[in-house]
Design a protein around this ligand. Structure first.
Ligand SMILES: Nc1nc2c(c(=O)[nH]1)N[C@H]1C(S)=C(S)[C@@H](COP(=O)(O)O)O[C@H]1N2
Ligand SMILES: [Mo]
Length: 420
């Protein structure tokens, strides 16, 4: 849309204002670049938390720019987990509590918004070098709320244990994303008819020369579906540097590995991408729920893709004491994976019987959905369970899946409380 003389509808005016504000905010980040240096994460006075699995002791850190009170899993490249109680406060995860995951230590520590360019190249009619001004001001803003979840979220609970970052359940977050449909950008460049996949990478570099650069690809049809987006705002603010400032890819319904941060290259490929991060890393057994038994062989590996439903109680924890003889309020969040939430079921007797919970406002099929219910506590132990069924009819399983990379955990969660 042009800023201009023509009469604008209130909607167009709103969109233009949003673009102007977004660009001003993104541009103003330049001034604060000095404040974004990566401090060391250690601090003698740090508080500690213990996640509920072996080796679960972690520091709470405040040492990262634009972040506060995060669970520190690795200092460089940073792995910061969202403390779970954050999810009890609403559908949107605040930017300063949003989890962080980088593979390599050589991450962007500041970005010059005036010289930054996004290159669109490969099998296109015209190579583009887009400035932030081109991206934000010359396209109609597109917005939706979506969950970004690491493939290895909850890996720390895998039994037998597997190699890789031992996250509890906080390697996920839900935000309102504003940006430009990837399709609009690709159409400007003109995708050639023999294109097969679109490959993305960001400003981060490998630490060792021989390491493979972090790159991810989507099939052309998926990349052009009008939903996949190049986002420049998260909850109405510029993206935090650690979450991909100034722009990142949003692939709603798909695992976070595809949500390439600090995106600076979009490359149209005419052959399937066989780079390490597509062909070796982030692959799953091509079996139901990516589930195998330890030691099993003879299955095909495929790139990880769509998310599956999950749900969590957020206001009660293992060991919480509840009042016996009274109705106990239970609330939490659910998401359908690549679909909306159809229902969330609750059990206060370890899964023997279930009842439907009340779903709260629907923020869209890719968003967290809040739910609440209650149960009458008696004296003694109660095994609470919560199960999401998505709009495709897919339900969370009662037994955990297992695979050697620790991906796609979505078993029905259990919370043990005590009536007293
Ligand atoms: N450029 C770049 N993008 C990346 C990664 C990365 O290492 N480099 N990691 C991916 C993975 S595996 C995850 S889980 C998400 C994490 O997104 P967040 O740090 O904003 O939470 O970023 C994805 N995008
Ligand atoms: Mo990830």
């Amino acid at each position: 849309m042009e800023d201009g003389n023509m009469q604008m509808t209130p909607e167009q005016q709103q969109a233009t204002d949003l673009q102007r504000r977004s660009f001003m905010k993104v541009a103003s980040m330049l001034g604060s670049a000095g404040a974004l240096s990566m401090a060391g994460a250690g601090s003698a006075l740090a508080s500690m938390v213990t996640l509920p699995f072996a080796n679960g002791r972690r520091q709470i850190t405040n040492s990262y720019p634009q972040k506060k009170d995060m669970i520190l899993m690795r200092e460089r490249g940073p792995l910061l987990e969202t403390p779970f109680d954050v999810f009890n406060h609403g559908v949107l995860t605040p930017n300063d509590r949003y989890f962080v995951r980088w593979h390599y230590a050589a991450i962007p520590t500041h970005v010059d918004v005036n010289t930054f360019r996004l290159r669109v190249h490969g099998a296109v009619s015209k190579t583009l070098d887009l400035s932030l001004n081109d991206i934000i001001r010359n396209h109609k803003p597109h917005e939706f709320i979506a969950v970004n979840q690491c493939s290895g979220n909850s890996r720390g609970f895998f039994t037998p244990r597997v190699a890789g970052g031992e996250w509890a359940n906080g390697a996920m977050g839900c935000s309102r994303w504003t940006g430009v449909p990837l399709r609009d950008i690709l159409n400007k460049a003109g995708v050639k008819s023999d294109a097969l996949q679109i490959r993305f990478h960001g400003l981060d570099k490998t630490t060792l020369a021989e390491s493979p650069r972090f790159m991810k690809s989507l099939d052309v049809g998926h990349a052009m579906d009008g939903e996949v987006m190049v986002a420049y705002a998260m909850n109405g603010e510029p993206l935090p540097l650690l979450n991909g400032f100034p722009i990142r890819l949003i692939v709603p319904g798909w695992y976070a590995t595809y949500w390439v941060k600090s995106l600076d290259s979009i490359e149209v490929l005419t052959a399937p991408d066989t780079n390490f991060w597509m062909k070796v890393a982030y692959t799953i057994p091509d079996t139901p729920r990516a589930n195998i038994t330890p030691g099993q062989t003879g299955f095909k590996m495929i790139p990880i893709n769509r998310m599956v439903p999950r749900s969590f109680i957020t206001n009660l924890h293992n060991g919480t004491h509840v009042r016996a003889g009274h109705p106990v309020e239970v609330r939490g969040i659910a998401f359908g994976g690549d679909q909306g939430v159809a229902k969330v079921l609750f059990s206060d007797n370890g899964g023997q019987s279930w009842h439907e919970t009340r779903l709260e406002h629907d923020y869209g099929r890719y968003a967290f959905r809040r739910w609440h219910t209650s149960f009458k506590a008696t004296r003694g132990a109660h095994t609470l369970m919560v199960k999401c069924v998505n709009t495709k009819g897919l339900a969370q399983p009662m037994t955990p899946n297992w695979n050697p990379a620790g991906f796609m955990r979505n078993v029905v969660e259990t919370t043990r409380v005590v009536g007293a």
